[in-house]
Design a protein around this ligand. Structure first.
Ligand SMILES: Nc1ncnc2c1ncn2[C@@H]1O[C@H](COP(=O)(O)OP(=O)(O)OP(=O)(O)O)[C@@H](O)[C@H]1O
Ligand SMILES: CC(=O)N[C@H]1[C@@H]2OC[C@@H](O2)[C@@H](O)[C@@H]1O[C@H](C)C(=O)O
Length: 383
């Protein structure tokens, strides 16, 4: 008999730094029913501080502590908002799984670490609900990348017994989960999702992102610049692999633009936006095509598999158009069509991870992260 469903809250604020998503979800570890969700943008000043730090501006211990407290406060406030909007009492919720805000992710080198801020003590104390955070560092202590963590949840809610499904989350960074009925689950980061698109849009037009691809759709892809971007060595590394703003930063983009301009002349801003969109799509497609047999005849119409998109990039029409065009034998759609809300997916994954931890179950997949064993993840804060 299936275990009863329990209520959990999941909180995600991702590498796009657009704000906080929170969900209320009923789960027994195998089923996941979304009950309510809410979202809040970061206050402008807080977003700018986070962006500066994540882009490498040195930070004092004082500012560090203040950011930790301010984020903890913001996470607690969104929980209270979610409880109120959904008419739920705190004592009905078993636990909160709170990702925190990634400020630095360094999975390679002698001292790998991943830093997420947002004081869990504060969240637990202000909401009265057990709060679990710091999900990545146990996996890293075991030699893993600490990311991506969502593949285990994708497996629970989206695996199909018959067909190959690849889930692609297009947030600031894009990551994929390969759900092949014949193979163990695979997953890894594939490159920048929206991060460079957002940075360029902000820099050129003062807009935080290219809404509806309004700018990208007016540009032409520049093949020289695209080839330079795709030449990034990290893209060719084998899994396990993960990345972040530390690599795909505005500095990284500026360096590539400079090289391009020195050799090929100036490029207009709309063409850069279109090229960055093509870059994000191509980095995803390069990985996806590796997992499927190519069609044997030109007339073959059966989809090779389903590409299920979630995360904010699924709302970018140019990105979706390019994924569809570059994967002609695939059924390209969003996770909504498979019954999981594309905007709630990551927060749902952290609600699920909280369930795993509270039940003493592992949250990581060693085949994905490279950790030496499955592990119970996270730090538990009692109210
Ligand atoms: N209507 C839209 N048109 C174009 N792009 C959009 C639209 N809506 C959202 N986006 C893109 O999605 C981004 C937000 O995505 P998401 O919320 O999945 O990011 P995230 O939570 O930071 O994810 P991750 O943790 O996976 O990096 C925005 O910054 C923007 O680039
Ligand atoms: C360090 C960090 O915050 N990584 C995020 C980021 O955003 C997408 C991709 O890079 C993924 O590796 C991860 O998030 C999701 C939730 C994950 O761990 O699966």
């Amino acid at each position: 008999m299936a275990s009863p469903l329990e209520l959990y809250i999941g909180i995600m604020s991702g590498t796009s730094l657009d704000g906080i998503d929170a969900v209320l979800m009923a789960t027994n570890g195998h089923q996941a029913q979304l009950t309510a969700s809410t979202t809040r943008p970061f206050a402008k000043a807080l977003r700018q501080r986070l962006l500066d730090v994540a882009n490498g501006t040195p930070i004092s211990a004082q500012l560090w502590g203040e950011l930790d407290a301010e984020l903890g406060q913001a996470y607690a406030e969104i929980v209270l908002q979610l409880l109120q909007e959904s008419g739920t009492q705190a004592n009905q919720v078993r636990a909160i799984g709170c990702h925190g805000q990634t400020l630095w992710h360094q999975p390679y080198g002698d001292l790998p670490f991943s830093l997420q801020l947002g004081d869990g003590n504060r969240v637990a104390a202000l909401t009265g609900i057990i709060t679990i955070n710091d999900f990545r560092r146990k996996d890293m202590a075991l030699g893993g990348q600490g990311a991506p963590l969502v593949p285990a949840f994708h497996q629970q809610v989206l695996a199909d017994t018959k067909q190959l499904r690849i889930v692609v989350n297009i947030g600031g960074i894009a990551n994929i989960t390969v759900l092949d009925p014949q193979q163990p689950v695979q997953g890894f980061d594939v490159g920048p999702g929206n991060m460079l698109l957002d940075a360029w849009c902000q820099q050129q037009w003062g807009q935080p992102f290219d809404k509806g691809a309004a700018f990208g759709l007016q540009g032409q892809v520049n093949s020289d610049l695209l080839a330079r971007l795709l030449d990034e060595p990290w893209l060719a590394l084998p899994a396990p692999k993960s990345t972040g703003r530390e690599l795909f930063s505005p500095h990284w983009l500026a360096a590539h633009l400079q090289e391009h301009q020195a050799q090929c002349g100036a490029i207009n801003a709309l063409d850069v936006q279109a090229t960055l969109t093509e870059f994000s799509a191509s980095a995803i497609v390069d990985q996806v095509t590796g997992y499927a047999t190519k069609p044997t005849t030109a007339t073959q119409t059966m989809p090779t598999g389903q590409l299920l998109v979630c995360g904010g990039g699924g709302h970018n029409p140019l990105l979706m158009q390019r994924l569809t065009a570059l994967l002609p034998n695939w059924q390209v759609t969003t996770t909504n069509s498979a019954g999981v809300d594309m905007d709630a997916m990551e927060a749902m994954a952290f609600a699920w991870l909280a369930h795993q931890t509270l039940h003493g179950l592992p949250g990581n997949l060693p085949a994905v992260t490279g950790a030496s064993r499955p592990a119970i993840l996270g730090a538990i804060h009692l109210p």
